[in-house]
Design a binder for this molecule. Structure first.
Ligand SMILES: Cc1ncc(C[n+]2csc(CCOP(=O)(O)OP(=O)(O)O)c2C)c(N)n1
Length: 649
């Protein structure tokens, strides 16, 4: 049986449908999203929640020239299905397949590339302003969740929207959830709006009635208005937004196509800044996701019938995130000063157990990374030991706060950067490939990266004991599976670790690149080539003596990092050699070149950028071959290098 969805090539086809057709379409979109995400993994709950809203927006507005700006963009799957990408939908999040987020390169219907929260209002306003300046028409609609509305950036945008008083539609998609339950005063406010909606209607009726009464009615009303500030909220729902200069409309049931249709048809013809408050259910239509929307916010492949993940039953080591969460609990038991802070990523950063065991020392501060860091600075000033656990990519937001509010004042704040390195299917907005570079030049900051999950534990103890700012970054992956030490010990600041000796070449690795480097060195040893490997451990301060000593012995150094090459680990090594006058050392750097890394499985991407065992092995072979072929090079005499000679091109 052919589906209606199969006949929707572009949004124009959605416009032809009546309510009944759109109801069928919504059902089919949900089935398609569920079936695809169960195989590819992805953001399930948020997408299931916006199906009706997406269909109606495409039905009412004309894309392009009208534009939809999706905040975060993790809820754009239905939009993709309606804008010419249905046939490729099965490739979602796969290498060279469709992105899980809006991408201008992918479709003319995607107006803004997103992935981080809170950008939609600012971007939409910029587009709308530019169009006005060019004399072009078309409506711009920002769709933002209640979670993302907690981002300071969203308020900065709203502030200007109200000030300009020009046409812009903001759709607030309120499901009362961020990834976990939404937090903060704004969330409580929205909640009151929702629960108050029936009361509102009643109050409106009273208000109209009072206004019809000659003289007495008006004074009673005036008295009522003055009597209680909170009454204003009842008489004028959405007062907060109204005060900011937006016309508030809502709340509207976001799963009723008829309500949505009527509302947006009216809104389309209204002038000025408008906020439409739509209430949706995260995970709508798939019972396991409706019951536990957080668990299905971002999922790996799962069985639709049970909702259980499809994963092998074999033993696997804990993830770095889990080790971080458990170790922080251990440390917090001993040290009452430890406070954990997350920016709306309680489960993602492994802090659920901490939040249960130490509720009064745990803060989920919403999607507000900048605030998280300065809040931590304040805590540290008063003698606390704040641990700010934020994904590497999201901490980019708080660069100034790290520099200005923490490091300039040399405050003992611990930064735990989860998802450092390639994260895989979420792609360029989510890879943590810049942290070495955006942190390395900040004075006072100590920066570490563990080679395995056991070293992560010791680094955490080191960080907690250090009397200044410290950052450590670890990958989104399972650990190596090493034996875990019972007793935590601190590592001497700035001390690297020589893991293998060898005189033919030296690999300098850090964090996730240490084990692949060791494996590559083992393979080279089988060919008779002896390569030394150092686990640098500290990006800052570098273990200058150890690194230079071994660099001099071998004359040839390969640095390997899961970070961009510009300003990263390899750059730090080059600077060190330059400062110490080691100009003769041949240095090659492996890492991410000057580009944004696409989405795809981590193994494909690591292979592509040669930061896996194979890449390191081949790179060293190349370097050694060149050395052999260059007869002027003094280290030619090394007997073990003959091993690479037969392969000379
Ligand atoms: C700056 C930033 N911090 C954190 C995240 C991680 N994140 C992705 S979606 C999300 C929750 C968004 O909630 P909401 O906007 O209400 O959308 P919903 O998923 O509920 O539809 C968070 C915290 C992010 N994308 N960007």
């Amino acid at each position: 049986m052919t589906r209606l969805l199969d006949h929707i090539r572009y949004p124009a086809d959605v416009k032809k449908l009546d309510l009944e057709g759109m109801t069928t379409l919504c059902k089919e979109i949900r089935e398609e999203i569920l079936s695809t995400v169960s195989k590819t993994g992805g953001h399930l709950s948020s997408n299931l929640g916006v199906v009706e809203l997406t269909v109606i927006l495409h039905h009412v507005f004309d894309l392009p020239p009208d534009k939809l700006v999706w905040d975060v963009g993790h809820q754009s799957y239905a939009h993709k299905l309606l804008t010419g990408r249905r046939e490729r939908f099965q490739t979602l999040r796969q290498y060279q397949g469709l992105s899980g987020f809006p991408k201008r390169d992918e479709s003319p219907f995607d107006s803004f590339d997103s992935g981080h929260s809170g950008t939609s209002i600012s971007a939409a306003l910029g587009m709308a302003e530019a169009r006005r300046k060019k004399g072009e028409g078309g409506r711009v609609i920002a769709i933002i969740g209640d979670g993302s509305m907690t981002a300071g950036l969203a308020f900065e945008g709203l502030n200007q929207v109200g000030h300009l008083e020009k046409d812009l539609i903001v759709v607030l998609n309120d499901n009362e959830m961020s990834i976990s339950s939404n937090v903060g005063a704004l969330s409580s406010y929205l909640n009151r709006l929702m629960t108050g909606q029936f009361v509102n209607r009643f109050r409106e009726e009273i208000k109209s009635f009072l206004e019809t009464l000659p003289s007495i009615g008006k004074s009673v009303l005036r008295f009522a208005k003055q009597a209680e500030e909170s009454l204003k909220g009842f008489l004028m729902p959405g007062l907060l937004f109204e005060e900011l200069g937006l016309k508030y409309i809502g709340p509207i049931d976001g799963h009723r196509l008829d309500y949505l249709l009527e509302t947006f048809q009216n809104v389309k013809n209204l002038k000025g800044p408008i906020l439409v408050h739509v209430i949706t259910k995260k995970g709508k239509g798939y019972p396991p996701a409706e019951r536990d929307p957080s668990r299905y916010h971002s999922v790996s492949p799962f069985r639709i019938e049970t909702g259980e993940p499809i994963s092998s039953k074999t033993f696997s080591p804990p993830t770095y995130t889990e080790v971080f969460g458990q170790t922080l609990c251990e440390l917090a038991k001993e040290d009452r000063r430890i406070i954990a802070i997350t920016a709306a990523m309680q489960s993602g950063t492994g802090l659920e157990e901490f939040s249960r065991r130490f509720p009064d020392r745990f803060y989920d501060i919403g999607i507000a990374e900048q605030h998280a860091v300065t809040f931590a600075a304040g805590l540290a000033l008063e003698g606390m030991k704040p641990v700010v656990a934020i994904y590497s990519t999201f901490l980019q937001r708080a660069y100034d706060q790290i520099l200005q509010d923490v490091c300039l004042q040399n405050l003992p704040v611990v930064f735990a950067l989860d998802r450092g390195g390639i994260v895989g299917e979420d792609g360029p907005t989510h890879h943590g490939l810049f942290d070495f570079s955006y942190l390395r030049h900040v004075p006072n900051l100590i920066i570490m990266a563990p080679k395995d999950e056991n070293e992560l534990r010791h680094m955490m103890k080191t960080a907690i004991e250090y009397q200044g700012p410290v950052a450590f970054r670890y990958p989104k992956s399972k650990g190596i599976g090493v034996k875990m030490d019972e007793v935590l010990r601190s590592i001497e600041i700035g001390k690297g670790e020589l893991l293998r000796e060898g005189n033919d070449a030296l690999i300098l690795a850090i964090g996730s690149t240490v084990y692949p480097s060791l494996l590559a060195a083992e393979r080279l040893e089988e060919m008779g080539i002896k390569v030394a490997v150092i686990n640098t451990r500290f990006l800052k301060p570098l273990d200058g003596d150890l690194l230079c000593d071994w660099a001099k012995r071998t004359g040839m150094v390969l640095t390997v990092e899961e970070n961009v090459l510009q300003g990263g680990f390899g750059s730090a090594v080059l600077e060190l050699f330059q400062e110490r006058g080691l100009f003769e050392i041949e240095v090659k750097r492996l890492g991410i070149p000057d580009l944004f890394v696409e989405h795809g499985s981590p193994s494909i991407l690591r292979g592509k950028y040669r930061i896996d065992e194979k890449g390191i092995f081949e790179e060293l072979q190349e370097m050694l071959k060149k050395r052999v072929s260059n007869s002027l090079f003094p280290r030619l005499e090394s007997p073990s290098l003959t091993a690479v000679q037969p392969n000379l091109k």
